[in-house]
Design a protein around this ligand. Sequence first.
Ligand SMILES: Nc1ncnc2c1ncn2[C@@H]1O[C@H](COP(=O)(O)OP(=O)(O)O)[C@@H](O)[C@H]1O
Ligand SMILES: [Mg+2]
Length: 317
Amino acid sequence: MEDQAEKLREIMKRKNDNAEPQANSAGRSFQASAVKTTMPAKNGIKPSEKARIITVTSGKGGVGKTNLSVNMALAFARLGKKVIVMDADLGLANVNVMLNMIPKYNLYHVIKKQKTIREILVETEYGISIVAGASGFSQIANMGEEDRRDFITELEGLSNADIIIIDTSAGVSSNVLDFIAAADDAVIITTPEPTAITDAYGIIKIIATEYDSLNMGLKLVVNRAKGAAQAKGVADRMINIAGQFLNLKVDYLGFIYDDASVPHAVLRQKPFMVVDPKCKASICVQHIVDRMDRNKTIATRGFGGMLRRFFGETNTA
Ligand SMILES: Nc1ncnc2c1ncn2[C@@H]1O[C@H](COP(=O)(O)OP(=O)(O)O)[C@@H](O)[C@H]1O
Ligand SMILES: [Mg+2]
């Protein structure tokens, strides 16, 4: 453990010496590398081997990120895991809405340095904890480099969980890319709609461009499918294109049926896994989680792994 912390400090020191922000082809000032390079050394870093960080991202909005995040958390909890869902959709936060909760504090207070993440963590009645997001604060969605760095440092406070699921905003921003870079598993969710597929491919392409040397553990979920065959068709096409044109390995994690139980549960502000544990969507999510739980090859590098990826150890090796 100590060795690992020492190594991290070394990497940080090295990276600090040649910190330099990059801009991508779209002209967006991409600051993830700056986050990696300028994060302050913390003497007390004790990387946990436990926490597995899973991000849920999409190209297009409204394809099912929050539903997947929350219900996946419940499925992991059923396997006996201690799970935290962090609502990092900084702009359209709604994890708490889906759970009918109005937490007193949320990420706004963390970003404003009034609270720590650990202080705003709230238990739900479903055996999972949540870190509520900060809805409607568009300036947070565009956090500056320093704020983002502080925020990511704050994540350390959550490292005693088994699983941290991060529900990100749709599309590409430096924030989203930072979270993806920090993840053990980056789940990309799409629906069979051509627009959703195109946008999902777009985000995969940007991930490939920004992090070509990192093993991101990209995983694809097809939501709102008519059945296994349709979903497999969508997944195969995306996985082939990513392999052929981006030289990027994407794993197909599974699909979720288009199921009326989902909007029904959303209206009741309860997870569909709770309202109807036997519905098609619930069974699909449990399958996905069972598969993830079995397949831990690139996961469980925990917080140490997360820090290593922020500091770009893979690139310096
Ligand atoms: N598997 C599904 N079957 C039917 N409707 C779904 C399904 N998944 C999502 N939806 C619908 O899509 C809406 C948006 O889902 P949500 O999880 O909030 O998406 P996001 O977080 O990506 O914006 C839900 O409120 C629900 O009505
Ligand atoms: Mg959402």
